[in-house]
Design a protein around this ligand. Structure first.
Ligand code: SAH
Length: 213
């Protein structure tokens, strides 16, 4: 159920759904999603669905991980310093880590963060710094970032995240309450101006404030 053949079937499905970045597909084909799930759910790891990871949270659907990563890669001019908001299981973190130079990732639920930290270590992924905090405020000490990806939906784009974008930096996130849309915010070069693109409807857990230890 977790064999390379099963994984390849998922990659084929992602292609059919319109993902065409070979870089993204390659990384997803070689990242073991089953290691980011509890054993009881591991057999379902290569289905294209979100699955529970505890604390009322979910590991993102592979299609969404692929789509957001592809958007980030296609829009960003460089990917030296990248911020992820909502590490969750660490799956999207592992994918991004293999495509950028240095990744910073924040999560508000302590036990999820510690599990993600252990999994990344087990996989030999060392270019990630993780922190327990409310990612709605970004990680100002580590910015500015070439790209920011958020896996939880705020009601509107947080000003702090926009401000932590480098010139030409790109922010990809779901935005909205009941009705959410994938949104791409790009900072213009040499200015405080931002371009906003609203893409397809999506369903993510909400971006919440406060930290759970
Ligand atoms: N990409 C992750 C998705 C996890 S779901 C994965 O595939 O596993 C979204 C995560 O965002 C949850 O773990 C949730 O706890 C976290 N989250 C929600 N609001 C947050 C906030 N303000 N700061 C940091 N993380 C947050």
């Amino acid at each position: 159920m977790t064999s390379q053949r099963t994984r390849n079937r998922l990659i084929q499905r992602l292609r059919e759904e319109g993902i065409n970045s070979e870089k993204v597909l390659d990384v997803m084909a070689s990242t073991p999603r089953h290691l980011f799930l509890d054993e009881a759910l591991a057999a379902r790891a290569y289905e294209d669905t979100a699955l529970p990871i505890g604390y009322g949270q979910t590991i993102s659907q592979p299609y969404i991980v692929a789509r957001m990563t592809e958007l980030l890669l296609s829009r960003a001019k460089s990917l030296h310093r990248v911020l992820e908001v909502g590490s969750g299981s660490g799956y999207q973190t592992a994918i991004l880590a293999r495509l950028v130079d240095q990744l910073y990732s924040v999560e508000r639920i302590g036990p999820l963060l510690e599990k993600a930290r252990q999994r990344l270590r087990d996989l030999g992924i060392y270019n990630v710094e993780l922190k327990l905090s409310n990612g709605g405020f970004g990680w100002p000490e580590k910015g500015p970032f070439d790209a920011i990806l958020a896996a939880a939906a705020p009601a509107s784009v947080p000003a702090e995240l926009k401000q932590q974008l480098a010139p030409n930096g790109v922010l990809v996130l779901p935005v909205g309450n009941e009705r959410q849309h994938l949104t791409v915010v790009t900072r213009r070069e040499d200015s405080d101006q931002f371009d906003v693109e609203t893409m397809e409807a999506v369903r993510f857990v909400p971006l919440l404030s406060g930290v759970v230890r």
